[in-house]
Design a protein around this ligand. Structure first.
Ligand SMILES: *[C@@H]1O[C@H](CO)[C@@H](O)[C@H](O)[C@H]1NC(C)=O
Ligand SMILES: *[C@@H]1O[C@H](CO)[C@@H](O)[C@H](O)[C@H]1NC(C)=O
Ligand SMILES: *[C@@H]1O[C@H](CO)[C@@H](O)[C@H](O)[C@H]1NC(C)=O
Ligand SMILES: *[C@@H]1O[C@H](CO)[C@@H](O)[C@H](O)[C@H]1NC(C)=O
Ligand SMILES: *[C@@H]1O[C@H](CO)[C@@H](O)[C@H](O)[C@H]1NC(C)=O
Ligand SMILES: *[C@@H]1O[C@H](CO)[C@@H](O)[C@H](O)[C@H]1NC(C)=O
Ligand SMILES: *[C@@H]1O[C@H](CO)[C@@H](O)[C@H](O)[C@H]1NC(C)=O
Length: 699
């Protein structure tokens, strides 16, 4: 049976032309995105129209030039030198793990396909940058490619001192780093780690020459066909003092109509990734590689072909699955957000726990570590593709709530977060309080994991905390009073119906957890209790043609996105016509760029809108809602990594960007194609690594 389905799927994959993104215009394009601090984007249509930036918009420049026949020089990446003409950009494709630019010289002599490829195993802190060249005019050309990283890769601020060094063996490794190495010396939202080492790596020595020095000089020398300067020795120096750079020149002596290819690797070794309540945790790969970055570098080179094949397979499978489920626009959106989601994660190794740990950054809304109400909206991505990752990101939260750290956690509800990236140290009294929100989020996600993986053993130490949370939910239901929910940017909303709905489903989720661990009796008590609260809700929240924003406010409405967890968990607390009534009502509120979050204003959330689209059982209406999300991504004038928070009337971004919450888009796939997910997982693509063990991706 499984094999037949797998076979059918393979046929499907082969039959479908690679998802053509047509004229989709990403709001910003992911280039090198594998952690919250190494997150390099282009925020223009053309790669040469602006310099690359960190997700926050701060400068993180990379530059690229091409020289054809030692005569024509063009830019293909970045704005400098401005005197040099840009290449013509013919095509841009963003796939889940890969971004591909097709460029040609204005004279149509040579085509360059520039590809940024991200390994699908999320703990690999490196990106392959591949250069494919071919002649367009029937002649043979000699081509040189110049690729440069600026000094900001190693520091957080331009006033910090940068140091550089190189190793030339069978390969060349050009390293740039902050001169003062103080792990965890800074923390915050838009801040980037200013410790660790950025390595730009050539996979062999022949055809590559490496240079380190003042970036302007290197570029000018290349552009003017001059001898390249010898390595700069005035180090360390400030990043903004004759900005130091590392660059490679790659020689392609004979470029004919047959494509020739070579590549570089950008790799970041941050030495320490997370300070979890006094435990300094290394990036997980260090535990697999004996703390030796050379071994990781060697592996990245040895397995280039296999990694590239996995990336291709995964891209094709995801694009095909998403396309079959929701059409081309849905596949394009899913492709755009994949690295945005995984790039918010950090996989570490805990020596104390003797296992890997996963953390998620609340990017751009305050830089918190593992905010429960940020993990929650992202959860469909993980429940669809890799429930183990969701478990791994929740375990450090559970451990904290269970007094396994040096903090005494004495709240009767689930924590909001663990600290400010990348330090976990928050006291209970410093917690942002969202009691019903976070307690229900935890129980709902845990029930989702238990159903998907059919395991409960990981919960063994946590029955006590889960019982505390369930009791808390019950004690404040059916009316949560004046609590904050995750949509706190609109201020408090007492007696909030969507929050109450979540609490009720959370209680149902606790019942499922009890039942799954063989406690059927207690499970039925909790389920009956949840049903009582649901019955109250159905009456008290009801307005004429919809359910209210708050129990006490007639003539109001709100997106009841939490209702989708009833479908995820197959609960039956709310009758099917709840979703139907709400869905038809939302359609009457549609604006140019989507449906507002509630009756208070025109602002909306892309993650939550995906959720309400998913419980609309009218295929046409469902597609219409996802098309609005596509329209926002495609047309918003604000060129930042996809935002989840915008004005539904005019498509302007209202604040957040690059947040992993866009994992919520995958809700439709999770509900409509759970079997496809199993097949995807059987391929082990999401975790496949070559040449090492699986300590970082525990089953
Ligand atoms: C991008 O490049 C294309 C051709 O290379 C050109 O037609 C277009 O004007 C450029 N767009 C911008 C915004 O520079
Ligand atoms: C790291 O691995 C390389 C390659 O095997 C080896 O040459 C080097 O000695 C190792 N470094 C340390 C510190 O063990
Ligand atoms: C760590 O876990 C592994 C595998 O689960 C086990 O083989 C090993 O003995 C453990 N090490 C320690 C120090 O507990
Ligand atoms: C954790 O410790 C605090 C303070 O000592 C206590 O109030 C709380 O009940 C403990 N929590 C659990 C789950 O044991
Ligand atoms: C409760 O668990 C039993 C197996 O122990 C299962 O057959 C049943 O479907 C479960 N009920 C619910 C509501 O999940
Ligand atoms: C829920 O709270 C009500 C009211 O306090 C109480 O009567 C009931 O026993 C509680 N249910 C459970 C399952 O604890
Ligand atoms: C919401 O958008 C509609 C349609 O553009 C507009 O008429 C209305 O004034 C907007 N409301 C607010 C509160 O901005």
């Amino acid at each position: 049976m499984q094999q037949t389905v797998l076979f059918l799927l393979v046929v499907l994959v082969l039959a479908k032309v690679e998802g053509d993104p047509g004229d989709f215009r990403p709001p910003a394009v992911p280039l090198i995105v594998f952690s919250p601090h190494i997150s390099v984007w282009s925020s223009s249509d053309n790669l040469t129209a602006s310099d690359t930036v960190h997700w926050s918009g701060s400068p993180l420049p990379f530059h690229g030039l091409i020289d054809v026949d030692n005569s024509e020089v063009y830019r293909f990446l970045g704005t400098l030198p401005s005197s040099v003409q840009p290449m013509v950009q013919n095509k841009l494709v963003v796939q889940p793990w890969r971004t591909i630019y097709t460029l040609s010289t204005p004279t149509n002599t040579v085509e360059l396909i520039l590809t940024f490829s991200q390994p699908t195993s999320i703990e690999d802190p490196f990106t392959y940058i591949t250069f494919n060249l071919r002649s367009l005019d029937g002649k043979t050309h000699s081509v040189r490619i110049y690729f440069e990283e600026g000094p900001m890769v190693g520091v957080n601020d331009k006033d910090e001192k940068v140091f550089w060094s190189r190793v030339d063996s069978d390969i060349t490794v050009l390293t740039m780093n902050a001169f003062n190495q103080i792990p965890f010396g800074i923390r915050g939202d838009a801040t980037r780690n200013n410790w660790g080492y950025a390595h730009l790596i050539s996979p062999q020595r022949s055809s590559f020459s490496g240079y380190q020095g003042f970036g302007d000089d290197l570029r000018q020398a290349f552009a003017n066909h001059q001898t390249m300067p010898t390595d700069d020795t005035r180090k360390p120096r400030h990043a903004n003092d004759q900005s130091p750079a590392s660059a490679f020149i790659i020689n392609f002596d004979q470029v004919t109509s047959q494509t020739v290819s070579n590549y570089l690797i950008f790799l970041y070794d941050d030495l320490y990734s997370m300070l979890y309540f006094e435990e300094w945790q290394v990036p997980c790969w260090r535990a697999e590689f004996d703390n030796n970055v050379t071994l990781l570098i060697n592996e990245a080179i040895s397995y280039y072909q296999s990694n590239m094949q996995d990336i291709t397979d995964s891209n094709e499978m995801l694009i095909t699955l998403l396309g079959n489920i929701g059409g081309d626009h849905y596949a394009i959106l899913g492709s755009l957000v994949t690295r945005q989601i995984t790039g918010a994660l950090s996989r570490t190794w805990s020596a104390k726990q003797n296992r890997s740990q996963l953390y998620m950054k609340e990017i751009s809304s305050d830089g918190d570590v593992s905010t429960v109400d940020v993990i929650f909206p992202s959860s469909p991505f993980f429940l669809w593709l890799h429930p183990e990752m969701l478990r791994d990101v929740l375990l450090p939260v559970l451990a904290y709530a269970n007094n396994e750290t040096d903090i005494h956690y004495n709240l009767a509800w689930a924590p909001h977060h663990l600290g400010t990236w990348s330090v976990c140290d928050i006291l209970s009294e410093e917690q942002e309080q969202m009691p019903m929100e976070e307690s229900a989020n935890m129980l709902l996600m845990l029930a989702g994991i238990v159903q998907k993986l059919a395991i409960t053993d990981f919960l063994a130490p946590y029955w006590n905390v889960m019982e505390i949370w369930a009791q808390y939910l019950n004690s404040t239901l059916p009316d949560p009073g004046n609590q904050l929910c995750t949509d706190d940017f609109e201020g408090p909303s007492p007696h909030n119906c969507n929050l109450a709905l979540k609490g009720i489903l959370g209680l149902g989720a606790y019942s499922l957890l009890l039942n799954a661990s063989g406690q059927a009796q207690r499970a039925s008590v909790y389920m009956a209790q949840a049903q009582d609260h649901a019955n109250y809700w159905l009456k008290a929240a009801r307005d004429n043609n919809n359910y209210r924003l708050q129990y006490n406010l007639p003539n109001t409405w709100s997106q009841k996105y939490n209702l989708i967890y009833q479908s995820i968990l197959s609960l039956n607390l709310f009758p099917a016509d709840t979703a139907k009534l709400e869905s038809s009502y939302y359609m009457t509120k549609m604006l140019d760029f989507g449906i507002p979050l509630d009756s208070r204003s025109n602002l909306t959330k892309g993650d939550w809108t995906s959720w309400i689209a998913a419980f609309n059982d009218n295929e046409g209406q469902k597609n219409a809602i996802f098309d609005k999300l596509y329209k926002f991504a495609n047309e918003s004038p604000d060129r930042v990594p996809l935002s989840d928070f915008y004005d539904a009337a005019n498509g302007h971004v209202l604040g957040f960007r690059a947040r992993p919450v866009m994992g919520g888009l995958f809700i439709r796939a999770l509900l409509e194609s759970p079997l496809a997910c199993d097949i995807y997982r059987q391929t082990k693509i999401p975790t496949k690594r070559h040449g090492r063990g699986n300590r970082c991706s525990p089953a």
